[in-house]
Design a binder for this molecule. Structure first.
Ligand code: HAM
Length: 411
């Protein structure tokens, strides 16, 4: 029996890895230009880090186990909590705002389907200590600029949890949390049913009206329903500031986010090119440092689901240069020396199976090599190589310097 990989995980072949690395590179470069620095946290953490405030949904999906020392350990389901743990441990004295980014794998025990995996990758940023609306707007604008860089057409929705909290302020916090969970599942009848037994059950109608608002004047319409509210004012400012960044979001009070740590502005980005799992990015403003034993501080950030982002991005991969040095038996030593020189510039293969010249060349074709550098008796005599461009089959005898210049396009 052949062993199989675990459900919900994937193997990535070289072509896929080339695309993943290329897209990752675009995201990294852009984010660094916005002034974010990369960090890395462990793949596993104490389970407690994720159970304190991540929310029931995440806790049900966590890969948790006891290590050999009997400690409760979990594979990270996301990176915001680990980043905030690292901040509390080591970075509280760093001058603010702190702007960090990460690209790493996450693990969630979810039912695998198209776009939903048990191991997936997130590309995310966190601003620790930035103020609203400036910090929120910067991360939202960065997310939008990543979409542009990757040629992605997607919808950016922004909401504010304070609006929902203010409608539900007379209800017990557990009821509020239940409602947020139902909101996240877009379960309007569940919301009605939950609030039905309470004396102020009319709030369910206000809530449902609010979450169904759409269009440019949603904030004004919300104000008509619940009166002037501090969260609505915050949202107003965010929209105004985002227009300077040329970002035009859709106001959407239905965004609840599946994680419990958010407390004000929240946003999600959806692609219509994906199926049911169409959310490519999610984020918002939160406070976690206090819960992790530090001094409380406002933070904000987002994470792109990298695997879903890859599905919808439109990038042209640069042509791949792959050189095969092919040699006759008596030219092998010279071929190794040539290979070493070429490897200073381009990926270069040299025959490791003692094949004849003909089969070395057909190997070059079979791996999609861009060039073959051929060395035989004549080349040895002339101290040159034959450079063959495999796409056009054109070949020419040139010295190695010229060969390198032609392959790399360098002068
Ligand atoms: P999240 O919405 O849970 O937020 O995840 C972010 C993104 O990860 C989602 O929008 C989705 O694209 C992707 N994703 C989630 N689960 C899966 C899965 N099973 N398979 C494939 N992709 C998936 C967070 O994790 C927050 N930590 C984001 C954040 C950063 N908030 C503030 N800072």
């Amino acid at each position: 029996m052949k062993l199989q990989k675990p459900r919900g995980t994937r193997d990535f072949f070289p072509d896929e890895m080339q695309k993943r690395r290329y897209v990752e590179g675009i995201m990294r470069k852009l984010t660094e230009r916005w002034g974010y620095e990369e960090i890395k946290t462990p793949t596993f953490e104490s389970t407690e880090l994720f159970t304190i405030k991540s929310g029931e949904g995440i806790i049900e999906e966590i890969y948790a186990f006891k290590d050999k020392g009997g400690r409760d350990i979990s594979l990270r389901p996301e990176l915001t909590a680990p980043v905030m743990r690292m901040y509390v441990n080591k970075m509280q004295m760093t001058s603010k705002p702190i702007k960090l980014y990460y690209f790493d794998n996450c693990f969630r025990y979810e039912r695998p389907q198209k776009g939903r995996f048990r191991e997936f990758w997130q590309f995310g940023v966190e601003i620790i200590g930035g103020k609203s609306p400036d910090a929120d707007c910067e991360v939202i604008a960065l997310a939008s600029s990543i979409l542009d860089a990757l040629n992605i057409k997607a919808r950016l929705h922004i909401g504010h949890l304070g609006v929902i909290r203010s409608i539900l302020k007379d209800f017990d916090i557990n009821v509020q949390n239940d409602i947020f969970r139902l909101l996240d599942k877009k379960d309007e009848s569940g919301i009605k049913k939950t609030l039905d037994g309470f004396s102020n059950s009319e709030k369910a109608d206000t809530l449902i009206e609010i979450i169904n608002l759409s269009g440019n004047d949603s904030i004004k319409a919300a104000r008509d329903l619940i009166g002037d509210d501090v969260s609505l004012r915050e949202l107003d400012k965010i929209v105004e500031l985002l227009s300077i960044y040329c970002v035009d979001p859709k106001i959407d009070f239905e965004i609840a986010r599946g994680l419990d740590y958010y407390n004000s502005v929240v946003f999600e980005i959806y692609s219509d090119e994906l199926g049911a799992q169409n959310q490519i990015c999610g984020g918002g403003s939160y406070q976690l440092a206090g819960l992790f034993g530090g001094k409380d501080i406002v933070s904000t950030g987002f994470a792109f689901g990298f695997d879903r982002t890859l599905e919808v991005c439109n990038v042209n991969l640069p042509p791949r240069i792959k050189v095969v040095v092919a040699a006759t038996d008596d030219a092998r030593a010279q071929a190794i020396k040539t290979t070493l020189k070429l490897r200073k510039y381009v990926p270069t293969y040299f025959d490791l199976m003692q094949k004849g010249l003909k089969s070395q060349l057909s190997f070059a074709n079979s791996i999609g090599a861009s060039h073959a550098v051929i060395i035989g008796k004549n080349e040895l005599l002339e101290n040159k190589v034959t450079l063959k461009v495999l796409g056009t089959q054109k070949q020419e005898l040139v010295d190695l310097k010229e060969c390198i210049r032609r392959i790399t396009g360098m002068d």
